[in-house]
Design a protein around this ligand. Structure first.
Ligand code: FES
Length: 164
């Protein structure tokens, strides 16, 4: 636990250093939030409060921005973050069906993480692999049309690997 706390302290220090180095704080909130998410992996209330204090802006403003942009997350991502592409090419080729099968199988919604911390779901815009549409990313792995027909099988594979 002590180790965890030390790590967390260092993370906060890194974020504070980033904020301190910004000359003009007006309009810098989005990049500070990106930095925070990069360091911590997500932006829970504790971090939003810290950013508001350090930037001398109301917490409501920070919260408003975090909840407005889908690429900011308030919950920790799963060990295997799943991103379903909902760009036009993928959408036309059935991305919604793929997304629904992932949601049903895991019992969570977009933006949520499974209780065991293994999976989280995000919906993205075009990931630049339209030829493979519909496309799903799991961590750094890319799955395209032939594979995503059976998302259950793919997810079972990850679950088995993680549980051993
Ligand atoms: S629309 Fe999905 S990869 Fe381009």
């Amino acid at each position: 636990m002590a180790c965890d706390n030390k790590l967390k302290k260092e993370m906060f220090e890194e974020l504070k250093k980033y904020i301190d180095e910004i000359g003009e704080k007006n309009g810098a909130l989005i990049s500070v939030l990106h930095k925070g998410q990069e360091i911590f992996g997500y932006l829970p209330q504790e971090i939003q409060e810290f950013i508001a204090k350090e930037m001398n802006i109301p917490i409501a403003k920070v919260y408003g921005v975090v909840s407005f942009y889908h690429f900011f997350s308030m919950t920790p991502k799963g060990k295997h973050p799943i991103s379903v592409c909902m760009g036009t090419a993928c959408y036309v080729r059935g991305a919604e069906k793929v997304l629904n099968s992932v949601k049903n199988y895991l019992g969570i919604d977009v933006g949520e993480t499974t209780e065991d911390g293994l999976f989280s779901i995000d919906a993205l815009r075009c990931v630049g692999a339209c030829g493979l549409a519909p496309v799903v990313l799991i961590g750094k792995d890319v799955y395209g049309k032939e594979q995503v027909k059976d998302m259950k099988k793919i997810l079972e594979k990850y679950r088995k690997e993680s549980v051993g």
